[in-house]
Design a protein around this ligand. Structure first.
Ligand code: SAM
Length: 225
């Protein structure tokens, strides 16, 4: 699986463009998201945690004190805002510009990982999720908060029709089947919680298989090695 360089560059350009107004656009939605973010971070297992698509750092207020977070993002302008937020909050977070589809970390570098509203935007979500599985140690937990394609036949179809326009204007794809993608990437899905909006928002808890516990290991670790 190769990175689609053009699509990845376009994603970066779109988020660079939207970075100055991203927090403003999200103000209303954030009232709802804040409880979800708190829940996401209550499920995280550390101490070494990777946050993929850290954006402007909206999860930072919810980081538990006993973990060490490394945040990566494709967009340098989103990251610049994340850096300012970390400073304001007095947090010691490592922030690096990096593509989720080609993480520059060794296998098993992290105890756990998180992404919120990210795999709607990563050009090849399965590739990105496989990379996440590769860098998280066997048995490590990954927590995702994502909006996904509705399973309602009419709403799902409407999302398919609107998707190209929304992706072009703002960045995210609104018709991703992220729970399926998490399985396709080789994770063991532990739990999928419906967070509302007719099943569009999902909190997904997944685990990297541990061969010592008799589980299927993640194939991408062997492919890369
Ligand atoms: C909708 S924003 C979510 C930001 C943040 N996680 C939040 O909850 O507010 C999606 C983020 O994913 C980042 N992103 C998209 N594709 C990426 C990729 N291939 N690698 C790393 N980050 C990516 C974007 O730059 C953007 O900051």
């Amino acid at each position: 699986m190769a990175v689609d360089v053009k699509e990845t560059m376009l994603t970066r350009v779109r988020y660079n463009r939207i970075a100055p107004v991203y927090d403003l656009i999200e103000t209303l939605a954030e009232r709802r998201y804040s409880d979800w973010r708190r829940r996401v971070w209550s499920l995280v297992t550390g101490p070494r945690v990777l946050e993929v698509g850290v954006g402007t750092g909206k999860n930072m207020p919810y980081y538990p004190p006993d973990i060490r977070v490394t945040g990566v993002d494709l967009s340098e302008k989103m990251l610049a805002r994340a850096r300012r937020r970390a400073e304001r909050l007095g947090l010691d977070v490592t922030l690096i510009q990096m593509d989720a589809q080609a993480l520059d970390f060794p296998d098993d570098a992290f105890d756990g990982a998180v992404a919120t509203f990210v795999f709607c935007s990563v050009p090849d979500p399965v590739l990105g999720l496989r990379e996440m599985a590769r860098v998280v140690k066997p048995g490590g937990r990954v927590v995702l908060l994502e909006h996904v394609r509705s399973e309602h036949p009419v709403l799902g179809r409407i999302m398919d029709l609107l998707d190209p326009l929304v992706a072009r204007l703002i960045g995210p794809h609104i018709n991703r089947r992220t729970v399926d993608n998490v399985r396709r990437a080789g994770f063991i899905v532990e739990r999928v919680e419906d967070m509302g909006a007719r099943g569009i928002f999902k909190l997904i808890t997944a685990r990297v298989g541990d061969s010592e516990a008799g589980e299927e290991p993640v194939a991408s670790k062997e492919e890369v090695a």
